[in-house]
Ligand binder design. Structure first.
Ligand code: ADP
Ligand code: ZN
Ligand code: ZN
Length: 729
């Protein structure tokens, strides 16, 4: 018998399937094995067992040994690997590595167990044979009860290891091992069950009645989470399992608490905030079938659950579902593959669905389920648009409009809470010399640096490198250095000035580096009033604070002017989500939106909560401009240390794509090779080929493009593929 093995080495040259002889070993598909490879030994994964090999049998080597006592990769995941490799042009091993906790591969984390002792002796008899001065043993004997079990560590502590070990040697205490799992912490809350509204009831039935993709379009506060939980409850009753994805870890404390309260030990949690031990143990509970529901961030889509009965992706429009480093993939694509394999429903939920998803629903590819009203019957909070140019004309050059200051004052006077949203971390965006226009840039990456006030440093947000802050322009020597647009730190400072007695909390990438920091900030905010939470988009989602009456969007335009075709959509999403944080309880909420472009169509639709109106306008623009979902964008990103080599390779690929474009004529809307907008990151030069294809033949053409690029590639340049990338930087 032979095994097809993928070796655990990430290099294009060995991105192949190798045959090995199985011999006497007991191996099935999905096992991790040790194999000889070249002059050394490496780990590998068995993806298929077969009777014969096409290679010279004398040259086929033997598998050395088996690593674990179970298949670490399930048959479904092997199938998924093939699908993902074909779609995104990935290496087998890079995909397999996504499926396993990294701590398993490095072998740095071990399973834990503790020793359980059962007392089996006859108390009276044992006592007769004990020496009268053996105090510890006598006390231990006194304590033990017939056929009771105890943790050895507890007994050791109470009665000394000497006494305990003596009893074990004499056979009065019989040892066995009990597995223990390190489990992530979560907030304890009560399971709040509600009588479902009609809309919720209808949504639940609709999802359970069809194994297809459903788009649950429900306004913020319409009770989507309750729908998810009820659906999962039904699926579990049918003996199946469930995956529930939430976007970022900022959102998880509340959701996790609710899931734990309803489903207890059946829930496993996977997100980047876990310790390595916790992640390893949660993964193992899932793989061994002990956990049936997985709640987690993006990577939880790879949870090795078997008999999957439903997949739910909450806040489906979220960017963070798309992996933006190698291996790049779209979580929704992966979910579609798993849905097909398991023949189960897939639910995409959002108050602001991505245009692509809503378009699919409109065309009947997805089943559209709508929940247009809040469970509490409250209207959505009023959104007021403030023209910041008008403020300037009136002599107010501060970061807060007079209206926002007035509302904040009111809010704090009534001991309520406010949230201020600013889409940028750090103190300000960049440092610029106002004499000559010099902007501080990273030496390794072609991007401007961001000023962080706490440590008075400039930081590169691409590579993390730190620099001294500018006091003097290195170009012209002027000392007139200005900071660009405002960031979270600056807002905090301003608030402290205006409202010295009010608690100000800040949540962004910088304040949430340490474990459980999100949870701490959110809990503190929930327990403080008056208080204000300042943050980046981290605070825009999911949170359900009862006393937030004012939401301020400090600079709404920031996401509007990023130069890609999705900027307007992203602005609509972010602001609508942020507005949804206000007025969730009795007290009415208001939203103050500060902008320099008050007449932009996005704001008109935002202020009226008119998603469908916005959708119609935007989808029209996309159609006219030939952007997704009407076309497919393929971005081939080439990077390497040697700029000349990278350029040559791009040129070679571009020429071959030119030939393809001649052949496929009309199917190519556009293609071009260029330097990437961020031309260098960590000293690697970046070039790209952008291609836009009509949808009809895109799959076929993309496969052809992968083939011609493979012919050009060499080991010194890497190529990454993205389909409909959200950022072209
Ligand atoms: P969404 O996810 O759609 O924004 P949530 O699921 O967070 O909405 O629900 C908002 C609030 O309404 C939560 O506090 C939730 O406990 C509550 N809720 C959900 N369903 C009901 C119901 N049927 N009756 C009363 N309250 C409900
Ligand atoms: Zn200067
Ligand atoms: Zn850098």
């Amino acid at each position: 018998m032979y095994a097809e093995v993928i070796v655990d080495i990430s290099a294009s040259a060995v991105d192949k399937i190798f045959d090995y002889e199985i011999g006497e070993l007991e191996i099935s598909e999905g096992y991790r094995v040790l194999v000889p490879f070249g002059n050394f030994v490496t780990e590998g994964y068995v993806i298929r067992i077969k009777e014969s090999t096409n290679y010279d049998v004398k040259k086929v080597k033997k598998i050395l040994s088996v690593k674990d006592d179970f298949a670490v990769i399930t048959p479904e995941m092997i199938n998924l690997m093939h699908n993902m490799c074909a779609l995104y042009h990935l290496k087998y091993i890079d995909v397999l590595r996504l499926f396993l906790p990294s701590e398993m591969r490095t072998g740095k984390v071990k399973s834990l167990s503790r020793v359980v002792l059962e007392f089996v002796g006859d108390k009276a008899k044992i006592k007769e044979n004990l020496r009268k001065n053996a105090k510890n043993q006598l006390n231990l004997l006194e304590f033990l009860q017939e056929s009771q079990k105890y943790y050895k560590s507890d007994l050791n502590e109470k009665f000394t290891p000497g006494a305990v070990n003596k009893f074990v040697e004499d056979g009065f205490l019989v040892a066995s091992a009990e597995k223990i799992y390190r489990s992530p912490s979560f907030n304890q809350v009560d399971d709040s069950r509600h009588k479902h509204t009609d809309l919720q009831e209808r949504a639940i039935n609709s999802i359970l009645s069809a194994n297809k993709t459903h788009l649950l379009f429900g306004v913020t506060g319409s009770g989507k989470t309750e729908v998810y939980m009820s659906v999962i409850e039904q699926i579990i009753l049918q003996g199946k399992t469930a995956i529930m994805l939430v976007p970022e870890i900022s959102l998880t404390p509340q959701v996790l608490a609710n899931f734990k309260a309803r489903f207890g030990e059946q829930v496993a949690i996977l997100h980047s905030g876990l310790s390595v031990g916790e992640r390893f143990d949660e993964w193992k509970r899932i793989r061994l079938g002990e956990a049936k529901i997985v709640v987690g961030a993006r990577s939880a889509i790879f949870a090795p659950l078997q008999n999957l009965g439903i997949i739910i992706i909450d806040e489906e429009h979220e960017q963070s579902y798309n992996s933006e480093s190698n291996p790049r993939y779209f979580t929704k694509d992966v979910a579609e593959f798993r849905k097909e394999f398991n023949n189960c429903p897939l639910v995409l939920g959002s108050a602001t669905p991505s245009l692509e998803s809503f378009n699919k629903a409109e065309r009947g590819e997805y089943n559209l389920i709508e929940m247009p009203v809040r469970v509490n019957g409250k209207a959505m909070p009023n959104i007021e648009i403030i023209d910041m140019l008008g403020e300037m004309r009136a002599g107010n050059t501060g970061v807060f409009s007079r209206r926002l200051l007035f509302e904040l004052e009111n809010c704090f006077k009534n001991k309520k809470q406010a949230m201020l949203f600013i889409n940028r971390r750090g103190f300000s965006s960049f440092m610029r010399c106002i004499e000559c226009g010099y902007v501080a840039k990273c030496t390794d990456c072609d991007v401007s640096l961001v000023y962080h006030k706490n440590d008075d440093k400039l930081k590169c947000h691409y590579c993390g490198k730190r620099y001294r802050a500018l006091t003097k322009c290195p170009q012209c020597g002027s000392e007139k250095i200005r900071q660009g647009a405002v960031g979270t730190q600056r807002i905090v400072e301003e608030l402290n000035k205006y409202f010295p007695d009010v608690k100000v909390l800040r949540m962004d990438n910088d304040t949430t580096q340490v474990k459980n920091a999100h949870q701490k900030i959110l809990t503190e905010f929930a327990q403080s009033a008056p208080a204000v939470l300042v943050g980046t988009q981290m605070i825009a989602k999911g949170h359900d604070f009862k006393d937030v009456t004012v939401v301020g969007i400090v600079d709404a335009d920031q996401s509007l002017y990023q130069t890609d075709y999705k900027s307007t959509e992203r602005t609509f999403e972010l602001i609508t989500q942020m507005a949804g944080r206000a007025g969730r309880n009795e007290s009415e909420g208001r939203v103050i939106l500060q902008t320099y472009a008050p007449r932009h169509y996005a704001y008109k639709f935002i202020a009226n909560y008119n998603y469908k109106g916005f959708y119609s306008k935007e989808i029209n623009l996309r159609e006219v401009a030939k952007f997704p979902p009407f076309t497919t964008i393929l971005r081939l990103l080439f990077s390497g240390d040697n700029e000349e080599l990278v350029r040559q390779m791009v040129k070679g690929c571009h020429n071959k794509i030119y030939d393809l474009a001649q052949k496929y004529g009309d199917d190519f809307v556009y293609y071009d090779a260029m330097k990437s907008p961020v031309g260098r990151i960590k000293n690697k030069f970046r070039y790209q080929i952008l291609i836009r294809l009509k949808n009809e033949n895109s799959r076929e053409i993309i496969d052809k493009i992968y083939d011609v690029c493979d012919d050009c590639l060499n080991a010194k340049v890497s190529m990454f593929v993205e389909i409909n990338p959200s950022s072209l930087a």
